[in-house]
Design a protein around this ligand. Structure first.
Ligand SMILES: Cc1cc2nc3c(=O)[nH]c(=O)nc-3n(C[C@H](O)[C@H](O)[C@H](O)COP(=O)(O)OP(=O)(O)OC[C@H]3O[C@@H](n4cnc5c(N)ncnc54)[C@H](O)[C@@H]3O)c2cc1C
Ligand SMILES: NC(=O)c1ccc[n+]([C@@H]2O[C@H](COP(=O)([O-])OP(=O)(O)OC[C@H]3O[C@@H](n4cnc5c(N)ncnc54)[C@H](O)[C@@H]3O)[C@@H](O)[C@H]2O)c1
Length: 468
C-alpha cells in the first residue's frame, strides 16, 4: 500500500487526502491549526460569510427604490457580536464536517507541525517528523509520497505590525467587539477590495490605500472601474497611488503614513498587503526541494517539485491563490503519484471571483492579453440594458466576452454583477469545452434573467459565415 503523508489540511491537503484514500493509499494528514486550513477557518469562508451579512444589510437599505417602505429600512444595522459568532460557528462547523469525512474515509489526522527530515538526498522514500506544541518530535513517519500543502500567511509590513486591536490583519477582524468608526484598508488587491467593499456595505466609513493606478490591479480594468465607481458613490474614499510606509497607534485610533508624506487617519487599519508562503521550517532546502526567491515551492503542472516523490499544491506554490486551484493541484498530485491518468492543470480555464459589490468574475483570456491574440474579438453588454437588471434596479455591471473571429470559439469572459460568481459558469464551461458563440447563442436562457446577457453576448459575436 502506498504511504502518503500530507503536510497541511487546507483545500490542497484535504482534497488530495480524499483522492488518495479513494485510490486505496494509506494516508496521513498533519495539520497544525485545524482541518479545512486557513481557507475554511480564517480566510475564504469567514470573509464570504461576513460579506453576505453586509450585502444583505445594503440590500435592505437600498430597497426603498423598489417600493418597500418602513421606518427601519434606512437605519437597519449589523449586530457585530452575532455576525462574528455566526462567522466563527460556520467555519468550525465546516472544519468539523471535513474532519469527519476524512476520518470516515480512513485518513489518519495528526495535530502538529510537519517537517521533512530526509538525511540523505535522492532516496525513494521520505521521512516526515511531527512536532507537537511543545516543540518535541512526537512521531516520525516513513512515506512513499509527501505532499506539501502548507498554504500562506498574511505578509507583515515592517513598521505596521498588527497588534490585534487597532492595527489588524484579515484574520483578526472577527475578534473586534465593535464596528470600526473609520476603517483604513491598506492594500487594494482582492483581499483589500473585498473588505473595503464589505465594511462599506456594513455602514462603516472606509478609506482604501491603493498603491497602484487602479484598485484591483490584476483585474479587467473596466471591471475595476465599476467597482471603484460604486465604492466612491457609496461614500468610500481612495488614497490613490498611496503606499503605506508605516502605521502608528494614536490616542484614539491609527495614523497611516504614506511613502510620499501623506497621512490617513482612522480608528482601525486593516493590513491587506499580500501573503507569504509557509515554507520556513519545512527543511525543504536540505532535502533539495527548489523554492523561488519569494519562498514558493516550484512545481510543474502535475504538482511535482524538484524532488521525486515530493509534491506541492496550493498557496505554498503561488500558482493561483484560490481554494479551487489548491484543491485541483492537490487532487492532480495524488492521481499522478498513484499512477492514474491525469491531465496537467490548465490555468486559463480557472474561473475566479472578487466578492465586492458588484462582484467581478473572470475566466480565460482577458483584455490585457489581447495584443497576444490578434484573432480575438470582444463584446461588452452593460447590465443596464438587461430587463431583469432593470426590475431589480441594477445599473452597475456588464458582461464581456472574448471569442476567436475565425472559429467563433469562446476563449474568455468577464461578468460584473451581483452574483457574478454564479453567472460565470456558462462562460467557464464554454472556455473549458471550447464551445462556440453559436453554441451559446442557440442555448435558451430564461427570460427575464441576467444570464440572458450571456447568450446575447454570444449572438453579438456571431459573425457572417464565410463558408456560406
Ligand atoms: C481573505 C481571503 C479570502 C479568500 N477568499 C477566497 C475565495 O473566496 N475563493 C477562493 O477560491 N479563494 C479565496 N482565498 C484564497 C484561499 O483561501 C487560498 O487559496 C486557499 O486557502 C489555499 O489553500 P491551501 O490548502 O493551499 O492553504 P490553506 O488553506 O492556507 O491551508 C494550509 C494549512 O496548512 C497548515 N500548515 C502550515 N504549515 C504547516 C506545517 N508545517 N505542518 C502542519 N500544518 C501546517 C496551516 O495551518 C493551514 O491550516 C482567499 C484568501 C484570503 C486571504
Ligand atoms: N475571492 C477570492 O478568490 C480571493 C479573495 C481574497 C484573496 N484571494 C487571493 O489571495 C491572494 C492574496 O490576495 P491579497 O489581496 O491579500 O494580496 P495581493 O498580493 O494580491 O495584493 C496585495 C496588494 O497590496 C499592495 N501593497 C503591498 N504593499 C503595500 C503598501 N505598503 N501600501 C499599500 N499597498 C501595498 C500590492 O500592491 C497589492 O496590490 C491573491 O492571490 C488573491 O487572488 C482570493
Amino acid at each position: 500500500m502506498t504511504r502518503i503523508v500530507i503536510i497541511g489540511g487546507g483545500p490542497a491537503g484535504y482534497e488530495a487526502a480524499l483522492v488518495a484514500a479513494q485510490l486505496g493509499a494509506e494516508v496521513t494528514v498533519i495539520e497544525r491549526d485545524g482541518i479545512g486550513g486557513a481557507s475554511v477557518l480564517t480566510d475564504c469562508v469567514p470573509s464570504k460569510t461576513f460579506i453576505a451579512a453586509a450585502g444583505a444589510m445594503t440590500s435592505v437599505r437600498d430597497s426603498a427604490v423598489l417600493g418597500l417602505q418602513g421606518a427601519g429600512l434606512t437605519t437597519v444595522d449589523l449586530d457585530l457580536p452575532s455576525v462574528n459568532q455566526r462567522v466563527k460557528g460556520l467555519a468550525v462547523a465546516q472544519s468539523d464536517d471535513i474532519h469527519a469525512r476524512l476520518a470516515a474515509e480512513g485518513v489518519r489526522i495528526l495535530a502538529g507541525q510537519g517537517r521533512l527530515s530526509d538525511d540523505v538526498r535522492g532516496l525513494a522514500a521520505h521521512t516526515v517528523e511531527v512536532v507537537d506544541a511543545d516543540g518535541r518530535v512526537s512521531e516520525e513517519l516513513e512515506s512513499d509520497v509527501v505532499l506539501i500543502a502548507t498554504g500562506a500567511d498574511p505578509r507583515v509590513l515592517p513598521g505596521a505590525e498588527p497588534d490585534g486591536e487597532r492595527i489588524i490583519d484579515w484574520r483578526d477582524v472577527y475578534d473586534l467587539q465593535e464596528m470600526p468608526e473609520h476603517l483604513v484598508v491598506v492594500g487594494s488587491g482582492v483581499t483589500g477590495a473585498e473588505f473595503a467593499s464589505g465594511y462599506l456595505e456594513a455602514g462603516v466609513p472606509v478609506t482604501l490605500v491603493s498603491s497602484r493606478d487602479q484598485v484591483l490591479p490584476g483585474e479587467d480594468s473596466d471591471a475595476a472601474a465599476v467597482v471603484e465607481e460604486v465604492f466612491r458613490s457609496r461614500g468610500g474614499k481612495i488614497a490613490e497611488k498611496g503606499r503605506a510606509a508605516a502605521v502608528r497607534r494614536t490616542g484614539g485610533g491609527v495614523l497611516v503614513e504614506l511613502t510620499d508624506g501623506r497621512t490617513v487617519e482612522g480608528s482601525h487599519a486593516l493590513m491587506t498587503v499580500g501573503t507569504v508562503p509557509n515554507t520556513s521550517g519545512l527543511n525543504l532546502e536540505s532535502c533539495g526541494v527548489e523554492v523561488t526567491e519569494s519562498g514558493h515551492v516550484v512545481v510543474d503542472r502535475v504538482s511535482r517539485t524538484s524532488v521525486p516523490g515530493i509534491y506541492a499544491a496550493g498557496d505554498v506554490t503561488g500558482v493561483f491563490q484560490l481554494a479551487s486551484v489548491a484543491a485541483m493541484q492537490g487532487r492532480i498530485a495524488m492521481w499522478h503519484a498513484l499512477g492514474e491518468a491525469v491531465a496537467p492543470i490548465r490555468l486559463k480555464t480557472v474561473a475566479a471571483n472578487v466578492f465586492t459589490h458588484p462582484e467581478i468574475a473572470t475566466v480565460g483570456v482577458q483584455q490585457k492579453s489581447l495584443p497576444d491574440y490578434p484573432d480575438v474579438e470582444v463584446v461588452l453588454l452593460p447590465l443596464a440594458t438587461n430587463a431583469r437588471a432593470k426590475m431589480s434596479d441594477l445599473h452597475d455591471g456588464f458582461v464581456k466576452m472574448f471569442a476567436r473571429r475565425s472559429t467563433g470559439v469562446i476563449v474568455g469572459g468577464v461578468v460584473v454583477a451581483p452574483g457574478a460568481s454564479e453567472l460565470i459558469l456558462p462562460i467557464a464551461l464554454a472556455v473549458t469545452q471550447r464551445l462556440t458563440v453559436a453554441d451559446l447563442a442557440q442555448t435558451f436562457a430564461i427570460y427575464p434573467s441576467l444570464s440572458g446577457s450571456i447568450t446575447e453576448a454570444g449572438r453579438r459575436l456571431m459573425g457572417a459565415d464565410h463558408l456560406a
